[in-house]
Design a protein around this ligand. Structure first.
Ligand SMILES: C[S@@+](CC[C@H](N)C(=O)[O-])C[C@H]1O[C@@H](n2cnc3c(N)ncnc32)[C@H](O)[C@@H]1O
Length: 444
């Protein structure tokens, strides 16, 4: 098989990146922009030992699940890799991805995976967008990089093509911010990147990253940004001096944080803290996680990778006491403030890597009956899983944003005396290839 060769491939699935999957001469073929069920003419662009990649030249037979993307730039923008597939089919494929991963990598029964819970309205759901800023031909552009390149996709700013995933108010703020930057003149310093975050209270935070060494020059821009309707906080992010350190967040105008509210709980969110991006589905996700915990009111619970203490405080309302573990110092401060804000007294938070702090607590005699795990995409470090098993917790509830690392960790846990009982995927990211899953794991 050679690069440049043209082949015909029948697509039968998608992979974790949303690319169509086919097979040729015993090798797996990945083809972006295709739909399972289609016969496609493909030019091979990369040939590896076990797989090949190609670009579609012609869709010879078109799937009934193909649709015209609603967004004009979706083919170039890296954000939405599944817009060419109907939403119903996206959901079916995502459920399939979770089943396959848990069965193949996790050694579990794929039938334990329930069909994914989708959104009634899968558009404009994101409360957080990260936009690159660029000056081109006398104009200022705010947008996303083209797939795997450093050109801005939304070439004529998002006034003509607003992002269909971002909350409408964030798109409006992006337009106002772009106009403000353009008005400030060709010599004025621009941020390299702007992140917009919105709480369900309607408060919007603008976080700017300056080009190296140009931090001071953003102060004037901040004074204009805070006047945009909805903007409650303007923050500047200063990159860390060393690779290992954390950057610094500095308030330029307005409040230090914004407030979000879910299921009667209020959450203070600072610029550096992780927060779920789809508020409608977050409420669904957390209710499932809480239901899987099966709390009766007296239990001790551990919540590793707790962020600003969201799931921790959900659990605290139903448990005897909860300990949250989180590595980012600012998020731990937010989590403690959130416990106070909600009058919750039975939650405590510990700052540090979960793989160090949780094993220490278990070794010191902490015996949670339920352990919540919600790690980043890389999944849990083995020390966390071993500590969970050493605690003899009767149940582990794992919230995952990557089915492959989830499956790997389910396998490790099965070697440590636990077994998968149920899995519920939730579509937190419609039109993208990302899949979120909550699983209930029981002690054997
Ligand atoms: C997927 S988020 C989940 C946060 C929270 N459960 C929520 O729903 O908002 C993962 C969190 O783990 C934190 N984190 C990453 N690595 C960690 C580690 N080694 N130990 C503890 N926390 C970590 C991140 O800062 C982030 O807040």
């Amino acid at each position: 098989m050679l690069e440049g060769r043209e082949i015909k491939v029948e697509i039968f699935d998608i992979n974790h990146a949303g690319e169509g999957v086919g097979r040729d001469e015993g090798k797996v073929v990945f083809v972006p922009g295709t739909v399972p069920g289609e016969l496609v003419a493909v030019r091979l662009t990369e040939v590896h030992k076990n797989y090949v990649c190609g670009i579609p030249l012609e869709i010879i037979s078109i799937s009934e699940n193909r649709q015209t993307p609603a967004c004009a730039v979706s083919n170039n923008c890296g954000g939405c890799r599944l817009q060419h597939i109907t939403y119903e089919e996206q959901l079916r494929l995502k459920t399939g991805l979770v089943r396959q991963n848990l069965a193949r990598i996790g050694g579990a029964d794929g039938a334990l995976v329930k069909p994914i819970i989708g959104m009634a309205d899968p558009w404009h759901y994101r409360n957080n967008v990260r936009l690159k800023v660029q000056r081109r031909n006398g104009r200022v552009l705010l947008g996303f990089y083209e797939q795997e390149s450093h050109r801005l996709t939304i070439v004529d700013s998002n006034e003509e093509q607003p992002c269909l995933l971002a909350h409408r108010e964030l798109n409006e703020v992006a337009i106002s911010a772009r106009r403000l930057m353009e008005k400030s003149g060709a010599q004025a310093a621009l941020p390299e990147e702007v992140t917009l975050r919105r709480g369900s209270t309607g408060e919007i935070m603008v976080v700017m990253i300056a080009e190296n060494g140009k931090n001071k020059e953003l102060t004037g821009l901040a004074e204009g940004l805070i006047l945009i309707p909805g903007v409650a906080s303007v923050i500047e992010y200063q990159r860390p001096v060393t690779k290992k350190g954390y950057g610094r967040y500095k308030r330029l105008s307005g409040a230090e944080f914004i407030i979000d509210e879910i299921d009667g709980l209020k959450f203070k969110i600072s610029a550096g803290s992780f927060y779920q991006v789809n508020p409608v589905q977050t409420a669904v996700l957390y209710q499932i996680a809480l239901g899987y915990c099966g709390l009766q009111g007296q239990e001790e619970v551990a919540d590793a990778y707790c962020g600003v203490g969201t799931i921790t405080l959900y659990a605290a309302r139903k448990a005897g006491m909860v300990r949250g573990y989180e590595v980012v110092p600012g998020a731990v401060q937010d989590a403690r403030a959130n416990a106070d804000l909600n009058g919750i007294k039975n939650a405590s938070f510990y700052q540090g890597p979960a793989e160090k702090v949780l094993p220490r607590h278990i070794a010191a005699g902490f015996r949670p009956s339920v352990i919540l795990l919600d790690p980043p995409r890389s999944g849990c470090r083995p020390e966390v899983l071993e500590a969970a098993a050493n605690s003899c917790a009767r149940r582990i509830v794992y919230v995952s944003c990557d089915p492959a690392t989830l499956a790997r960790d389910v396998k490790r846990l099965s070697e440590l005396g636990y077994e998968l009982a149920e899995a519920q995927p939730v579509d937190m990211f419609p039109h993208t290839s990302h899949v979120e899953t909550v699983v209930r794991i029981e002690r054997k």
